[in-house]
Structures are given as structure tokens and as C-alpha cells.
Design a protein around this ligand. Structure first.
Ligand SMILES: Nc1ncnc2c1ncn2[C@@H]1O[C@H](COP(=O)(O)OP(=O)(O)OP(=O)(O)O)[C@@H](O)[C@H]1O
Length: 261
């Protein structure tokens, strides 16, 4: 671990120039007294820039909590978090909202598309709301990458679940966020649509240099990542580079007596 910089304006966070996000000694506790739960226990992690990272672990191990804290959707009880060079712990609500809007993309299980807008309008909606003009050539590249070029004028109801989720991914990619967080983004998809979506996420990393962090229970989904972080009881207990579905399944099997979904 490198020395933790205290300057908010530092050119990079404590993980160095190749970290898109970093956590240092992050603890998250819910409740108080006898019902107090330590969801994250002094977690240190760096999320590699331009890479695809999966977060796995048994149910209740703290995966969603870690992702929500890294993405500034939840506050930490202790410790510090950076997105790129910007420390987000301690930011005021308004600054955090702006940072999330400008630097972070989200893909959740629910697609959250507006039914009255077509695919293209849904993709550009967050930028329209922010008053930003989409970069046309980038948008074309994103639409091409996620394979939606011939579906742009369709409304969500005219698209399959997999296509709707691809619109949600394109929406996350459109503003070129520094980092995209996905919470079980393939959770509601059949296996074919899920595989398609994971291929698109992989391509956005390989071809568009996107940084992606994805929480998943599925070893096949995790095998699309460059690196898997394994959480247990609120701590990162292991990690794996170049994962395969079998190697991830094998590692998950060693969480003795714990449910994995
Ligand atoms: N809002 C909350 N209030 C109280 N406890 C919470 C809250 N959110 C999470 N927890 C607890 O924190 C721990 C970690 O939860 P978290 O949702 O991060 O786990 P997870 O690994 O994502 O689980 P799953 O795989 O089941 O989605 C669990 O013990 C959970 O019960």
C-alpha cells in the first residue's frame, strides 16, 4: 500500500494512477447495540483502471455494501474512499450527487427505462437532464458496441429483456463515466441474454477502455472479468486473476457451510 495522500486535489488517489477507485480501512456498520452488524470490516482495495473486476462471496458477505460505498451511494462508518483522484468520503451531498452524475455509471438488475421514450432517448436521458451534449461519435461507438444500432427508435416494451438491459448499459456508457458499477446486472436475464450482456461489458473494457465493477453470484458471469475479489464476513479474503467459471466455482465451494447465493 502506498502512502495515503490527504490532498483532495492530488493527481491520483492512494492506489496510484492505475486505480479507478480505492478504499482504505473502510468499515460499515449497520444498527447499534445487540443488533449491530459489521457489513464491511477495514477493507482495503484498489479497482484497476480500464479493467473488469467482479465481486463475489457468500450471501451477506458485504458485496452490495462494498459496491454502494465505493459508488458513493452509501456512507461509510469509518475509512476513506476515492473515485480516481477525488476523495468522496467527506463530500457534501450536493458534491457527491454531482460526482456520481459526472463520473459514475450504474447498471442494476431493474433496467429503469422510461416506457414513453425510445431506446436512443433513454440512452441520452441522463445527459439531457445534466444539460450535456452527447459526443456523437462516442455515442455511435457505444450503440455499435452494444449492438443496438437497428433498435434505437424502439420503445422498451418493443424490446426483449436482454435488449432492454443493453439499453441500460449503453445509457451507463454514453457519458463516458470513469467507472461503471453493476449490481447483478445479468440477474434478471435468461442465460443467452446474460451471456450477450457480459460480452458487451467485456467489449466495452477491451475496446472502449471502460472500468467496470460488477457484483455477481454467478461464476460464469465472474469469468468475464479480469479479476475476482472474494468477500467473506465483510473482508476481502482472496482474489483471482484471469478467472474461469470452474476456478471461481471451486473457490466459492471453499466457503464452508456458507450459502453462496
Ligand atoms: N440497511 C441495512 N440495515 C441493516 N443491515 C444491513 C443493511 N444492509 C445490509 N445489511 C447487512 O450487512 C451485511 C452485508 O450485506 P450485503 O447486502 O452487503 O451482503 P451481500 O454479500 O451483498 O449479500 P447478498 O449476496 O445476499 O446480496 C448482511 O449481514 C446484511 O444483513
Amino acid at each position: 500500500m502506498t502512502t495515503v495522500s490527504t490532498a483532495v486535489e492530488a493527481p491520483h488517489g492512494p492506489g496510484g494512477p492505475h486505480a479507478a477507485a480505492s478504499a482504505r480501512q473502510v468499515t460499515k456498520a449497520y444498527g447499534a447495540g445487540e443488533t449491530r452488524v459489521i457489513a464491511l470490516d477495514a477493507v482495503d482495495v484498489d479497482i484497476a483502471l480500464g479493467r473488469f473486476t467482479a465481486i463475489m462471496g457468500p450471501s451477506g458477505s458485504g458485496k452490495s455494501t462494498l459496491m454502494h460505498c465505493l459508488a458513493g451511494l452509501d456512507t461509510v462508518s469509518d475509512g476513506r474512499i476515492w473515485i480516481g483522484a477525488t476523495e468522496i468520503t467527506g463530500l457534501k451531498d450536493r458534491e457527491l450527487t454531482r460526482l456520481r452524475r459526472d463520473k459514475i455509471g450504474f447498471v442494476f438488475q431493474a433496467f429503469n427505462l422510461l416506457p414513453t421514450l425510445n431506446a436512443l432517448e433513454n440512452i441520452t436521458l441522463p445527459m439531457d437532464i445534466a444539460g450535456r451534449k452527447p459526443d456523437r461519435s462516442w455515442l455511435d461507438q457505444v450503440v455499435e458496441t452494444v449492438g443496438l444500432a437497428d433498435r434505437l427508435s424502439h420503445r422498451p416494451a418493443q424490446l426483449s429483456g436482454g435488449q432492454q438491459q443493453r439499453v441500460a448499459v449503453a445509457r451507463a456508457l454514453a457519458s463516458r463515466p470513469e467507472i461503471i458499477f453493476g449490481d447483478e446486472p445479468t440477474g434478471n436475464l435468461d442465460s443467452r441474454s446474460g451471456a450477450e450482456l457480459l460480452t458487451f461489458l467485456r467489449r466495452s473494457v477491451d475496446e472502449l477502455q471502460q472500468t467496470i465493477v460488477m457484483v455477481t453470484h454467478d461464476p460464469v458471469a465472474a469469468s468475464y472479468a479480469d479479476r475476482v475479489l472474494f468477500l467473506a464476513d465483510g473482508r476481502i479474503v482472496d482474489e483471482m486473476a484471469a478467472p474461469t467459471a470452474d476456478s471461481v466455482l471451486d473457490r466459492m465451494g471453499r466457503f464452508d457451510g456458507k450459502r453462496t447465493s
